[in-house]
Design a protein around this ligand. Structure first.
Ligand SMILES: NC(=O)c1ccc[n+]([C@@H]2O[C@H](COP(=O)([O-])OP(=O)(O)OC[C@H]3O[C@@H](n4cnc5c(N)ncnc54)[C@H](O)[C@@H]3O)[C@@H](O)[C@H]2O)c1
Length: 268
């Protein structure tokens, strides 16, 4: 029997990229999934691409709105009758230098990356407890939560925060049989990264110890390992999937980011 047979998952920000591949692998291995994306068309298209038998259904909305993440969990309960797994994958980056960073941009990054993940974990845990499920939650961190890259101060702060959340919730969720872990991807070839830099794969391949960046399926396999019902001893951890980058941490030229003076007209 596939390892995730009869299991139900919700996942955020999964219209493309890493989240899409996690949803895809979960469905391939027997699960039913409610797939969220901010963009309704992307959510519908992704769900159709993953499954034509109703085991992957779309749910659009912005995860920074707590009603959206609560609605996502409720959808899983209404349609599939339970919830075993939640993956807080949605995360945004707003590149800018620290000295020019605006409150609007900071709070946007915090409300999506931290608020969306925190309240998804909360809504999922409540549902798992109510339905007496030994649930699993995965948060999506980043190597930037551990190593410095210029212009990513806000993003990196949220990612370090998510690792803290996974560590902390062990105390309150373990008594209910719920495990929570994080994945910290390094450079991963996704449509968003390729749009920022068409040479992304080559640039990072030249920098990484393993000489090639990750692809979404590398990150998805790690997430499924942490979600696997039999890996019951692993909780509160962050698994780094970065081709060795945090071992040495070189940074490429960031030419695709506008210099701060061009980006922020209000900069003194
Ligand atoms: N791609 C990488 O190299 C990389 C590296 C480290 C960590 N991560 C993390 O992995 C996760 C997925 O990254 P990705 O590159 O696949 O994502 P991405 O930027 O390609 O976005 C995936 C989807 O998320 C949706 N989305 C954006 N904001 C949303 C919101 N507020 N609510 C709901 N959906 C929203 C987008 O519409 C998009 O379809 C993120 O948390 C990211 O920070 C990615």
């Amino acid at each position: 029997m596939p390892p995730f047979q009869n299991q139900v998952a919700v996942i955020t920000g999964a219209g493309e990229g890493i989240g899409f591949e996690i949803a895809n692998q979960l469905v391939e291995q027997g699960a039913s999934v409610v797939l969220n994306d901010l963009d309704e068309e992307k959510a519908i298209k992704a769900s159709k691409n993953i499954s034509s038998d109703g085991r992957c259904i779309p749910f659009s909305g912005d995860v920074s709105d707590v009603q959206v993440v609560r609605g996502l969990v409720q959808k899983a309960l209404d349609v599939f009758g339970g919830l075993d797994m939640a993956i807080a994958n949605a995360g945004i980056t707003i590149w800018n230098d620290f000295l020019s960073y605006t409150p609007e941009d900071l709070f946007k990054v915090i409300s999506v990356n931290l608020g969306g993940s925190f309240f998804l974990a909360q809504a999922a845990a409540k549902a798992m407890i109510e339905h007496k499920k030994k649930g699993r939650i995965v948060l999506m961190s980043s190597v930037t939560g551990r190593r410095a890259i210029p212009y990513l101060s806000a993003y990196s702060m949220t990612k370090a925060g998510l690792e803290g959340l996974a560590r902390n919730l062990v105390a309150e969720l373990s008594p209910h049989g719920i495990r929570i872990n994080a994945v910290a991807p390094g450079a991963t070839v996704t449509p968003r990264n390729l749009a920022d830099d068409p040479n992304y794969e080559e640039v990072w391949g030249n920098l990484l110890p393993v000489q090639e960046p990750a692809f979404p399926d590398d990150i998805a396999r790690t997430a499924l390992f942490l979600l696997h019902p039999e890996n019951g001893q692993i909780t509160g951890q962050t698994l780094v999937v970065d081709g060795g980058w945090t071992g040495i941490s070189p940074v490429p030229s960031l030419d695709f980011v506008s210099p701060p003076s061009e980006k922020n007209e209000n900069q003194p």
